[in-house]
Each structure stands twice: as C-alpha cells, then as structure tokens.
Design a protein around this ligand. Structure first.
Ligand code: SF4
Ligand code: SF4
Length: 397
C-alpha cells in the first residue's frame, strides 16, 4: 500500500471500490471493470493506465459518491515525481512563481488605463467590508473589472500573492503548502469582511483546498463575484440597458464543478439577464470538459494542452451557437491561446464582458489580441527548451 501519510488526502476507509470515479471520467473511457481494477492499482501504489491518461480535470472527485478524493491519489504520484525529478525547464516561463512569466509580461502590452488599474490594485491595501482578489488571470486582463458594477468594492491584489492553483493541479504539494503559509501570514492582520473572487479557481483554493488540505487560516468569508453580481441585478442595483438576443454556448470551469450549482447556475442566470439564449454543449456542467490547461500537468506537454482545448472548442462549435462564453479567467486565456490553432468562428467572451456591455459600458475586449503576444512569448521563451533535459525545482527545502 502507498501509505506514508505525507500529503495523503485520499479517504481509504470510505472507498468501496465502486469504480464510479474513473468510469464517469470523460477522458479515461474505462468500462466499470477496468475502472475498479485501475483504482485498486492506484491504491496499492502500482503503475496504472490512469496515470498516463488523466488530464487533471478534477472531475472524479465530484463523481465519487463518498467524497474519497480519488483525484488526489493521482496528483500525489505527481507530487512524488516532482520531488524526485523537478520540472522540465520548458515549464519555467509558465510558472506563477517566475518573476517574469507569460502573464506578468502582458503588462507592457496593456492600454494605459489597464496599466493604471493593475498599479492601483497592487498598491491598495486589502482592507474593507468587501474586498476583491483579482488573481493572476484577471491581472492579465484587468479590463474585466473596469466596470461601474464594481463600485463599492476594494480591488486589491498582485502577482506575488497567487492562490497556488497551478501548483495544486500539477501535484506540487510542497509549493501549495508554502502558498498556504504565505497567504495566511499576509492576510493575518488585514481586516476583511468578505473576499470576492471573479475566478472559480481562486475561490476554490481559498475556500476549500488551502484551508482544508494545506492548513491555511483565513478570517474572512469567501464569495463568488458572480453570486454578488446576481444579487445586485435581482435587487435592481445593476441595470441592464441592452439585451443581446443571440445564442451562445457556455463552458464551465473545472473548479466550478467542484463549487457546484451556485457558480455554474449563477453564471447562467447572469448571462440570461443579458438576453442571451444558452445552447448547452452535449457534455456540460459536471460532465463537461476542461479548457485544456490542466492537461499540461501530466506530461508537461504543450501539445496535450492544445489537443485537450480543441476537444472543448469542438463541443462548443457543434452547438451552432454564435459565441463561446465562459466565466473563468484561466479558461479565457487558454481558449484564446489555443484558438489560434483551431478554426472556430465563435468569438470567445467572458461573462463580465457580456455584463459590462449589457450595462451600456465599453465593449473593449483585448483578450484575443493579447493572447497573440502571449503565444509569441511562450514560443520564444519555452519552445526552444522543449528538447532540453534540464530540470528545476521552484523552491527546495
Ligand atoms: S482528474 Fe479528470 S481526467 Fe483525471 S481521472 Fe479524474 S476525471 Fe479523469
Ligand atoms: S474513490 Fe469513490 S468513486 Fe472511486 S472507487 Fe472509491 S468510492 Fe468509488
């Protein structure tokens, strides 16, 4: 048995080997018998086909009827691999811990207004009844929060206080633990009532992963920005001036599946208030596919990310909808990057882009154009290192 208790989050005592987790996985394509056999192998610490095919979408945690956390049986193996081998250098430019990375390098491509926003959020102390944590992805696309409906909310955050989601997905548990300690220390003496999160990934990290699994302690409440906005729309405090009257399809994020209906249904309700008709994909909500970014966690392969992203873009295309909507900042960046290789006609738009425009505000959306520069930087700084055998550890100790 693979039981050294170190970062061991799987509930062995609750698992009845029903196989439901891997049977329902959209990527493994196992029948029930194989699902059970492969689960046994994982529990016993043996090689398993799951370790080769898993794209780290996290959905199996949702599928388990007993809350056993099968996903962490997989990522724990990657944690051990990282401890042993480190990461290939091609991944360095993509890590949030690298000072100059694919997201921070976008600042000098932003409009003056966006640069001022990032600078202001960086300097603003995170204190107040309602504080918003932008997270790395919204810092790379700050126009999303440049809206009248954000009045009364203190937006405060910087690249140094990343939520650690990327480390968690890759099984870099030592780095997640360090993130939990750093964030606990940073927010310890800050007076915050409720922290709002525009990104489901940051919300899940602060609400569930960091406190429950990595010992973080936060005194503030956490809330999805969409829930806050929906309450304001329903109270008549946000006025919708324009209705879109068009058909869109909607992509759900992996973390939203964990957070549940409040996030997934909340996003749908806001979109419907803007007048759009949602054409659901064949695989949606709990059974939906990942944007592709998590697929890089297994083999650190950019090709796995791109091909995985294509699968979901194709799902969207098949609905016949005019546009492809989403509500996670990370998915927004990934799809905009990958669509340069996929011939979809559907424009990709964030939920906040729709809401801003429906409120009569600017339709300025630099996501697609900015992703071109992002892709260029990744090609220049990561691709030449694709064949290198060199490795690195983010921090050792
Ligand atoms: S994390 Fe996703 S891809 Fe991996 S086994 Fe679980 S459901 Fe399947
Ligand atoms: S982890 Fe959950 S879903 Fe998977 S085999 Fe065990 S009990 Fe069944």
């Amino acid at each position: 048995m693979d039981r050294d208790n170190h970062f061991d989050f799987f509930h062995y005592d609750k698992c009845d080997l029903c196989g439901e987790c891997f049977y329902r996985c959209q990527y493994l394509k196992f029948n029930k018998k194989t699902a059970v056999e492969e689960m046994k192998k994982l529990i016993e610490g043996k090689p398993s086909k799951v370790l080769k095919k898993c794209i780290s979408c996290n959905a199996c945690n949702n599928f388990c009827p007993h809350g056993c956390r099968p996903y962490e049986l997989i990522t724990r193996r990657w944690h051990k691999r990282y401890r042993r081998n480190g990461l290939p250098v091609r991944a360095e430019y993509l890590m949030p811990s690298t000072t100059s990375n694919f997201r921070t390098d976008m600042v000098n491509r932003m409009s003056k207004r966006e640069q001022e926003l990032v600078e202001t959020w960086y300097k603003t102390p995170p204190e107040g009844e309602l504080v918003l944590y932008p997270g790395c992805n919204t810092l790379a696309l700050p126009h999303l929060l440049d809206a009248s409906f954000m009045e009364g909310v203190v937006i405060a955050g910087d690249w140094q206080h990343c939520c650690g989601e990327m480390f968690f997905r890759m099984g870099l548990y030592d780095e997640v633990k360090r993130t939990a300690e750093k964030l606990t220390g940073y927010y310890e003496d800050k007076s915050i009532g409720t922290m709002l999160f525009p990104c489901p990934a940051c919300l899940n990290m602060f609400t569930n992963v960091l406190p429950e699994q990595f010992g973080a302690e936060f005194k503030f409440k956490t809330k999805y920005l969409g829930t806050y906005l929906l309450e304001k729309i329903e109270a008549g405090e946000i006025r919708i001036d324009r209705e879109f009257n068009q058909k869109v399809t909607l992509h759900d994020s992996c973390h939203a599946r964990i957070l549940g209906e409040e996030v997934m249904e909340g996003a749908r309700q806001i979109l419907e208030y803007t007048g759009v008709e949602i054409l659901e994909m064949e695989l949606n909500k709990e059974e939906g596919l990942c944007c592709g970014i998590a697929a890089g966690a297994n083999r650190y392969s950019p090709f796995d990310i791109v091909f995985s992203s294509f699968k979901e873009l194709w799902q969207g295309q098949k609905t016949g909808a005019r546009e492809f909507a989403l509500y996670c900042g990370g998915c927004n960046i990934t799809f905009n990057l990958c669509r340069w290789f996929f011939p979809t006609r559907q424009p990709i738009r964030h939920l906040l882009d729709y809401l801003k425009e429906a409120c009569g505000e600017s339709g300025y959306n630099p996501s697609q154009k900015r992703s071109k520069f992002m892709l260029f930087n990744i090609l220049v700084k990561s691709f030449p290192r694709l064949l290198s055998n060199k490795t690195f550890w983010i921090s050792r100790g």
